[in-house]
Design a protein around this ligand. Structure first.
Ligand code: MLT
Length: 206
C-alpha cells in the first residue's frame, strides 16, 4: 500500500455529488455510510479509514491528548488524505468539483485541515462537532466554498467558543459558513442529521 492508499469504501451514486465521509476516533470506513446515504440518497460515497491507531482505535492524525494535536502529523496526514482523494477521483471517476466532506469529530478536524491546507480538494464541508485543527501560516482562499459547522452547546470536548473561532477563521478566508448550535453534547443527534441534510440540499449538485 503506498502512502496515499487508505482502506476505504466507495459506493457509487446516481448524481454528480460525492460525499467524503470522515469518521470519528475509533470509527471505520463503514460507520458513516448509513449517515451519508440518509443525507443524500443520490450521492456517491467515499469513506476512508484513518490510518493512525490510538490504543487500537483508528484516527486520521495523532494527538498528544484529547484536543491537543500533533500538528506535524496533522499536516502530513492532511496531505496524504488529499492525495488519496486525487487518486480516488482518477480511479472512480467522480467529479472533484462536487466533492463535499462530511466529517464527525476527528473526521471533522481533518476535513478542516483539508480546507485550510489543501482547499482545492473540497467544494464544501459539513463539520460535525469540529475544533480548530490548526492555523496555517498563510490562509487559503476559500471563496466559493460552503461550510457547515454543527456544534453542541453542551459538548464537553469542543467549547462553543472554539466552534465560533473556527467559523470566524473560515469566514475570514472567504468561505460561506453556516453555524448551527444545538442543545447537545459531542455525539450526533437526529437534529444534527436534519441540519446537515438541509444544508446539503442548498448546495449545488451539478
Ligand atoms: C480529535 O482528536 O480530533 C478531537 O479530540 C475529537 C476526537 O476525536 O475526540
Amino acid at each position: 500500500m503506498n502512502s496515499s492508499d487508505f482502506i476505504h469504501t466507495f459506493v457509487p451514486g446516481t448524481s454528480t455529488r460525492t460525499l467524503l465521509l470522515l469518521h470519528g476516533t475509533g470509527g471505520t470506513e463503514n460507520d458513516l455510510i448509513p449517515l451519508g446515504r440518509s443525507l443524500d440518497p443520490a450521492a456517491s460515497l467515499l469513506s476512508p479509514r484513518g490510518k493512525v491507531l490510538e490504543n487500537g482505535m483508528p484516527r486520521f492524525f495523532r494527538r498528544l491528548a484529547e484536543g491537543v494535536f500533533d500538528e506535524e502529523d496533522l499536516v502530513r496526514r492532511t496531505h496524504e488524505l488529499a492525495e488519496f482523494v486525487e487518486s480516488a477521483v482518477a480511479r472512480y471517476r467522480f467529479d472533484p468539483e462536487r466533492l463535499v466532506a462530511v466529517g464527525y469529530s476527528n473526521g471533522a478536524n481533518i476535513a478542516g485541515g483539508l480546507l485550510l491546507l489543501r482547499p482545492e480538494t473540497l467544494s464544501g464541508a459539513a463539520l460535525l462537532r469540529p475544533m480548530v485543527p490548526l492555523v496555517p501560516p498563510t490562509m487559503p482562499n476559500l471563496s466559493g466554498k460552503s461550510v457547515l459547522i454543527a456544534a453542541g452547546r453542551q459538548d464537553p470536548i469542543v467549547s462553543a467558543e472554539e466552534a465560533g473561532t473556527l467559523a470566524t477563521l473560515l469566514q475570514g478566508a472567504g468561505a460561506a459558513v453556516t453555524t448551527s448550535f444545538e442543545d447537545a453534547g459531542h455525539g450526533l443527534t437526529q437534529q444534527t442529521v436534519e441540519t446537515t441534510r438541509r444544508w446539503l440540499s442548498n448546495q449545488p449538485t451539478g
